[in-house]
Design a protein around this ligand. Structure first.
Ligand code: HEM
Length: 481
């Protein structure tokens, strides 16, 4: 494989910036393209690269920049460039057909959104700002804000994200544990059975199908300053996509009280609100990990991590040979739907060939997650009656093919009531459930099973958009268009 061009790849693509817990996301509309281009030229020099984040110590702050399809057009790319940006990127997340694919209906529909919907101002660019603490973030964000107005940019939405020291998301579960390992980065496998080809996450490299992903290419004459690399030794066109990728951004509001009161109610109904029917137990079965991040697959009885200081959650598990029936980690749980590992389409059949088939197929649908929680935490959700304000997850994922990766997971796995032999109910944590009897979650338990039904939608979509996260040279190219 050709080596990854770390200097041309934005840092956020290959690093989660765990040491930079404070972040702010500016959604920008380009009002004066000429000024905005000059700003992009300066920003290209300031954008954090993957090369910088491979050095020790890693930088103490970072800026990253992405564009919507409309943004690329406003900056001057036009159809006669003969570009190929993917269809999903061109359509955008708020497209009515897309909304059906993603389950963004009713009070999660684009018409209700605060960002990126038909009733909101157009978004052209996303500037992501990261720092080591809140005070540094304020400073950095202010520096940016002061130049927006004189750079022809209007902030149409902004949101702050804050990662807690314990990495817990708002429902109280540790997040950011399982990630695919990108070939060529030299990162340890962290329980993964294999690296995933770089081309599933970065345009310009071979992907899981041993193909180079489709990338926006331009005639060489459209790059007179010779900023961009050529497409290949056989193709003299210029590659605007190389070292870039697609970024999915979704503002997902979490109903923390609704979530915990639901599980508490189910626990009370069972008349034994401790042990195997406690709210904690039922909610953990729905996530697939305990609050500490300990996987149910390896710690089926209790939360191993709660009792250990500096506990590092494990990720070295599969499902088929140890748990093909979902007795430990239910088939319908969030993590088993989002990444079925070696157990897809082989429930009830423990077999090496089937395991390998599943891994090959599932590993074509992986995403790199870079999300951050927003809003105030509620430490004891069952002890409060009201929780003013909104809180949730700024869901960010990176993938080279939005339809095969993010959309596939969302539609075919998370929101599919018939997922892998199940009959009813969507993902219990993030699915588009509707509170009816068929919105259920089955927890198999030996000779019997617990059925949680009447699940509501605990996570609502408040907005989002599809972005292109360009390589550094591509940002320079946009700046001189
Ligand atoms: C508010 C919404 C969400 C919450 C609270 C949430 C929470 C979690 C938690 C607690 C984990 C386990 C920790 C880990 O393995 O890193 C997890 C894993 C995961 N989630 Fe989510 N999630 C949300 C939305 C989504 C969405 C929308 C997707 C994809 C479309 C997704 C995909 C994944 C994947 C791929 C994993 C890793 C599974 C594995 O490899 O075992 N999540 N999530």
């Amino acid at each position: 494989m050709a080596g990854l061009e770390f200097k041309d790849i934005q840092g956020i693509l290959l690093d989660g910036y765990d040491h930079l817990p404070a972040s702010r996301y500016f959604f920008l509309k380009i009002e004066e393209p000429a000024l905005a281009k000059a700003w992009m030229g300066k920003t290209a020099k300031a954008v954090a690269t993957a090369a910088q984040f491979r050095q020790k110590p890693a930088p103490a702050s970072a800026l990253n920049l992405a564009l919507t399809y409309r943004g690329t057009r406003v900056l001057g790319l036009s159809e006669d460039y003969g570009l190929y940006f993917s269809d999903e990127f061109q359509q955008g997340m708020a497209d009515p057909q897309k909304a059906r694919v993603l389950g963004d209906t009713e009070d999660s529909g684009p018409g209700t959104w605060a960002l990126g919907g038909p009733n909101n101002e157009e978004v052209h660019a996303l500037l992501m700002v990261y720092a080591g603490n809140k005070a540094d973030l304020e400073k950095l964000a202010l520096e940016q804000e002061t130049v927006f107005a004189s750079s022809g940019l209007k902030v149409v939405f902004q949101q702050e994200g804050l990662k807690r020291d314990d990495n817990k998301e708002h429902f109280g579960f540790r997040d950011g544990i399982s990630q695919p390992v990108v070939e060529g980065t030299g990162q340890p496998l962290n329980g993964e059975v294999a690296e995933i080809k770089a081309g599933d996450f970065i345009l310009g490299y071979e992907n899981q199908f041993s193909k180079i992903p489709l990338s926006p290419l331009l005639p060489a004459s459209k790059d007179p300053q010779n900023i961009l690399p050529v497409a290949s030794p056989q193709d003299s066109r210029k590659d605007l996509g190389r070292n870039g990728t697609y970024l999915v951004f979704r503002v997902l509001a979490q109903d923390v009280l609704g979530f915990w009161n639901y599980f508490k109610g189910e626990a009370d109904k069972r008349g034994n609100p401790t042990g195997k029917a406690s709210a904690d137990y039922l909610a953990s079965k729905s996530v697939g990990r305990w609050p500490s991040g300990a996987p149910l697959e390896l710690s089926p009885q209790q939360d191993e991590g709660e009792r250990q200081k500096n506990y590092q959650p494990r990720n070295d598990f599969q499902y088929n040979s140890t748990d093909d029936q979902g007795l430990r980690c239910p088939v319908g749980s969030h993590i088993r739907r989002a990444n079925p590992r070696d157990s897809l389409h082989n429930i009830g059949v423990q077999n090496e060939d089937e395991r390998q088939k599943s891994l090959t197929m599932v590993n074509r649908h992986r995403i790199l997650r870079r999300g951050r929680p927003y809003g105030d935490y509620i430490d004891h959700p069952l002890q409060v009656k009201e929780a003013p304000g909104e809180r949730g997850l700024l869901f960010i994922c990176l993938n080279a093919n939005i339809s095969r990766q993010f959309e596939f997971i969302q539609q075919t796995w998370l929101n599919n009531p018939k997922f892998d032999g199940l009959s009813d109910g969507k993902d219990p944590v993030v699915g588009a459930n509707d509170g009816t009897a068929s919105s259920q979650m089955v927890i198999p338990q030996g000779h019997y099973r617990q059925v949680l039904s009447g699940m509501a939608r605990f996570v609502k979509v408040r907005g989002g958009a599809y972005f292109f996260l360009p390589g550094i040279r591509a940002i320079q190219y946009f700046s001189q268009l």
